[in-house]
Design a protein around this ligand. Structure first.
Ligand code: ZN
Ligand code: ZN
Length: 366
């Protein structure tokens, strides 16, 4: 089996270690991917900072794409029965549902408790991960060919950011004509803006502290923006959302900020019987508020992690359809080679905090 470069995360504050490991043996029904592009997502930064303390001694990264390196015995097509060959560009979920559990048999692949793929290097000492040269898709995986029209640069966010918000809005059944608030205009927020606009939202109101991100949101379908500089308090932002929604509140609010205070604030922006989609808050932080706040308002709260396999294909087709109209590729602002992963993380962290140029997505190339 080929040997590939790996970057190993152990504990927060210690740089990634760069090394080399062999790839796993390709079983029948499996696929080995040669990674080409990855990006740093907000949740990778959560891990790097230590907000999610269970990720030691492993290869992290989950927004990435690549080409087929080795087809396992019996694999001749992608998950839509289109012929698949070595060298073809592919997109895939970075987690694999087990296909044999209580959730999977109900088609709830996003909720399969056995889906996690981030094994530590002690139990799985292979070049197999996002921030590495190779990724192994075991038997039972889902994989989709990337349409020729799409540049490879556009594909890594399909694996998380785009699919995550697309699935959140599908799951909450956002309706045509809904007024939607997006809290946060990082990568997920920009994609959520674009998807809500394409799904027929009558208003897409985007909230962020960085003007370049808000400007990008306007070019990707936002109708209004609320800047944290202009509206510095939670109360003033809630008030502004009410003004923009005739005093009613938003039908749908999407949280992609990743801090508990945002959820507390966002719940006040939802109309009575409206929907709150919480995606960003995956860290260990807690939120405290009176239960009546959501019961009295009959808020429908959708905690959302991961997505079902069909979302990947829907996301790819969406990107093809809007690529001439929406500058979604601008979500990626800077590129580093994989060996410079430590610099890339430092830069992504600085950019997110201090005022980046666009939407806080730093890419790595292999
Ligand atoms: Zn399962
Ligand atoms: Zn992500």
């Amino acid at each position: 089996m080929p040997i590939g470069k790996v970057t190993i995360f152990d504990v927060p504050g210690v740089p990634f270690e760069i090394g080399e490991l062999p790839t796993p043996e390709v079983e029948p029904g499996a696929l080995l991917i040669k990674n080409t592009h990855a990006v740093i997502c907000g949740s990778d930064l959560h891990i790097w900072r230590g907000d999610m303390p269970t990720h030691s001694n492993r290869i992290v990264g989950h927004e990435f794409t690549g080409v087929v390196h080795t087809l396992g015995k019996g694999i001749e097509t992608d998950s839509l029965r289109r012929p698949l060959n070595e060298g073809d560009r592919v997109a895939f979920p970075f987690f694999n549902p087990c296909n044999r559990c209580y959730w999977c048999i109900r088609g709830q692949f996003h909720a399969c408790p056995h889906r996690s793929r981030r094994k530590d290097l002690e139990s799985h000492p292979f070049c197999d991960g996002g921030y590495a040269d190779f990724y192994y898709l075991p038997p039972g995986h889902y994989v989709f060919k990337v349409p020729d029209e799409l540049p490879s640069d556009a594909v890594p966010p399909v694996n998380c950011a785009l699919s995550q918000v697309l699935y959140g809005l599908e799951r909450a059944k956002m309706d045509f004509g809904d007024r939607v608030v997006i809290q946060g205009a990082g990568g997920l927020g920009i994609f959520a803006t674009a998807v809500a606009a394409e799904k027929g939202a009558s208003r897409v109101i985007v909230i962020d502290g960085q003007q370049p991100r808000l400007d990008l949101a306007m070019r990707c379908g936002a109708t209004d923006t609320i800047s944290l500089l202009e509206y510095p308090t939670a109360e003033s932002r809630v008030e502004r959302v009410l003004e923009l929604t005739d005093g009613v509140g938003a039908d749908v609010v999407v949280e992609v900020v990743g801090i508990p205070a945002a959820t507390l604030e966002g719940l006040d922006m939802v109309r009575v019987n409206g929907k709150y989609i919480d995606i960003g808050n995956i860290g260990e932080g807690s939120i405290k508020f009176p239960a009546a706040k959501i019961i009295g308002k009959q808020t429908q709260w959708f905690g959302t992690t991961h997505y079902d396999p069909w979302i990947i294909e829907a996301a790819l087709q969406f990107l093809v359809r809007v690529q001439d109209r929406m500058p979604l590729n601008d979500v990626i602002s800077h590129k580093y080679p994989l060996e410079e992963i430590n610099e890339a993380f430092e830069f992504a962290e600085w950019q997110g905090r201090e005022g980046g140029t666009t939407a806080n997505r730093v890419a790595l190339t292999m």
